[in-house]
Design a protein around this ligand. Structure first.
Ligand SMILES: Cc1cc2nc3c(=O)[nH]c(=O)nc-3n(C[C@H](O)[C@H](O)[C@H](O)COP(=O)(O)OP(=O)(O)OC[C@H]3O[C@@H](n4cnc5c(N)ncnc54)[C@H](O)[C@@H]3O)c2cc1C
Length: 568
């Protein structure tokens, strides 16, 4: 058992932190806490780090990234690899001039920053996405206004002028919403109220689909410029138009791939964390977050001061620390790990009332290269015949539709090492309702997989797929609910609707329990790999503030220069 910090004099020891979960959010915060002078232990229930970004290696030689594949904002990654022990660098500009320079986006060769290259090789992917429509036409989105205009002229010439207006307005949202406000922790109402006039002025509070519909008449263009939020669990029909910024995030810094797969990036984060002195414990599920009152006594009823003291593992072992951070699912953290008597704000009623994001069926498969050529790119969005109706079925009615849309990932077009020689490794992801649907996935899963394979073969996306297929497995919402312990099997945390964004999204500093923090997709700013890295930095800033971390450590500046900073 670790020493109990409530009985060990603070001056006699370094501060300690426990993080539940080794997802990208947990690992990023682990690296940041080591750089803030904490001794950090990450406890992960699974046998490997990564969470949603778990990488699976099969006995027949395939490597599948189970989750994120679209890597954006490489300088967030560079920041993490550049950190050093006891040098938090939290005072640096979040977007230094070189990151905002017009030529900041790397379009060919290697794209990771200098320190990233010590750990992993990032390469840019072009086009970002090939977006197939149901009639077989496609749009290669690459963030380049010239080729974008050319393709709009081919597919929807009536929308050319609208694109110019969309571009200008989405850029304004990106500049205010991402560059200026992206790292704001909305912990109180006044912080939120201060930004409301701007959001109104930018028209960023209407839904994204209605926002794009202002500029585009053609249904194909409305889809091209709104589908991206699905990759972070947001329904384009419900997410606020602030999410139009994704378009600009991709355009500004590109889309990238980590050679060896996203798993190689995750492993590199774990290595960095351990190099900075952190401890990663796998196969260590957390049963309870230990909470007492401020005098160390058990809590019996809601109200009064509550303090996180440590964790009890499923094995019964207890760990103690100055702070506890949950990178696990927000809803289940409160519903299952924090005693109800310690929660007033995050009560069972409130947590269960929150809207959860959709779930997914993901099929991981391998097939022989030999055969008719593929007309696919690394990232392919294959849209079905219906868009708005399908989204309403998934998010609202929670039923399985007669058709589907999918995201087909073929990383071996970039990186053949992920499959045995002469083979492709691929995954295809189909948005489906979360488990409030009551669907029996042991019945519906295999049926949907067959329909997807039929579709890919019959429509010629992968000709003769059945004959060429050498490996097939899939996950359903039950994987998210069981293996990843996500409430109702959500794939992306609470749904990013306006009423669950900014101040209204779970806070990174628990409203109920002192020294308890949340990091990752369920907390602010939201889901997606860049956001969870931002979440880690925002949470590190809150912790640095709460614990009065000395500026020499917080900002990594020599002690003699800290007098001014300390007075900030
Ligand atoms: C299929 C899929 C594709 C995606 N594609 C993209 C993409 O291309 N680009 C992008 O930016 N984003 C994508 N996303 C979203 C992105 O993957 C997530 O937002 C992000 O990885 C979440 O990271 P996290 O650290 O918040 O949580 P997670 O990755 O969920 O990690 C949480 C960790 O906590 C652990 N844990 C939970 N409970 C306990 C417990 N009681 N004890 C111990 N450990 C526990 C879990 O095992 C898990 O390892 C995708 C998501 C999915 C599911």
């Amino acid at each position: 058992m670790t020493p109990d910090p409530t009985t060990t004099p603070a001056a006699a020891r370094r501060k300690t932190a426990l993080i539940v979960g080794a997802g990208i959010g947990g690992l990023s915060l682990g690296i940041r806490l080591q750089s803030l002078g904490f001794d950090t232990t990450i406890v992960e229930r699974l046998d490997q780090q990564g969470g949603r970004a778990y990488q699976k290696r099969t006995p027949d030689g395939y490597v599948f990234d189970m989750g994120p594949t679209v890597i954006t904002v490489p300088h967030f990654i560079e920041e993490l690899f550049a950190l050093e022990r006891d040098k938090g660098m939290l005072g640096e500009a979040d977007y230094p001039a070189q990151v905002l320079a017009p030529d900041a986006r790397v379009r060919e060769g290697e794209s990771g920053g200098e320190r990233t290259r010590d750990y992993v090789k990032l390469v840019p992917i072009l086009p970002f996405y090939r977006i197939y429509f149901d009639d077989g036409t496609f749009f290669d989105y690459d963030g380049d206004p010239v080729s974008t205009r050319r393709q709009i002229a081919d597919l929807a010439p009536e929308d050319l002028a609208g694109y110019e207006r969309f571009h200008a307005d989405a850029q304004a949202i990106f500049e205010r919403g991402f560059l200026e406000l992206g790292y704001t922790h909305f912990g109180d109402m006044p912080t939120m109220l201060r930004v409301v006039p701007d959001l109104m002025r930018l028209d960023a509070v209407r839904t994204l689909f209605s926002f794009t519909s202002k500029y585009f008449q053609n249904p194909k263009m409305r889809q091209v410029f709104s589908f991206e939020t699905l990759l972070v669990g947001g329904n384009p029909l419900s997410v606020p138009a602030i999410y139009a910024m994704i378009h600009f995030v991709e355009k500004t810094w590109g889309i990238h791939y980590a050679m060896g797969g996203t798993g190689a990036l995750v492993d590199a984060f774990a290595r960095k964390f351990e190099e900075l002195g952190g401890t990663l414990r796998l196969n260590a599920g957390v049963q309870e977050i230990l909470v007492t009152d401020d005098r160390g006594r058990p809590v019996r009823r809601p109200g009064g001061k509550r303090v996180a003291r440590g964790l009890r593992l499923e094995s019964g072992e207890e760990l103690h620390a100055d702070i506890v951070v949950s990178n696990g699912d927000w809803a289940n953290t409160y519903l299952k790990r924090v005693p109800a008597a310690a929660r007033l704000v995050n009560s069972d009623v409130r947590v269960k009332a929150a809207r959860q994001s959709m779930s997914l069926l993901v099929i991981y498969f391998g097939f022989r290269k030999e055969g008719p050529a593929l007309n696919l790119r690394h990232h392919n969005i294959i849209l079905g015949p219906r868009y708005e109706e399908l989204l309403t079925e998934i998010f609202g009615k929670k039923v399985l539709g007669r058709d589907f849309s999918q995201y087909l990932h073929v990383p071996t077009l970039t990186d053949p090492t992920l499959a045995p020689e002469g083979h492709h490794a691929a995954y295809t992801l189909v948005p489906v309702p979360h488990n409030a649907s009551g669907l029996d996935w042991s019945v519906e899963g295999p049926k949907l997989v067959e329909r997807v394979y039929d579709f890919l073969e019959e429509r010629g996306y992968i000709p003769n797929l059945r004959e060429r297929l050498t490996h097939s497995e899939f996950i359903t919402p039950d994987y998210f609910e069981g293996t990843l312990d996500s409430y109702l099997g959500n794939a992306f945390g609470p749904e990013p609707i306006l009423a669950q964004s900014a101040y209204f999204r779970p806070h990174n500093r628990s409203e109920d329990v002192r020294n308890l923090y949340m990091v990752g997709a369920g907390a602010q700013p939201g889901g997606g790999t860049p956001s969870v890295m931002m979440s880690a930095k925002m949470t590190a800033r809150l912790i640095a503030q709460d614990f009065g971390i000395h500026p020499s450590v917080r900002d990594g500046v020599p002690e003699r220069n800290t007098a001014d900073l300390a007075a900030d």
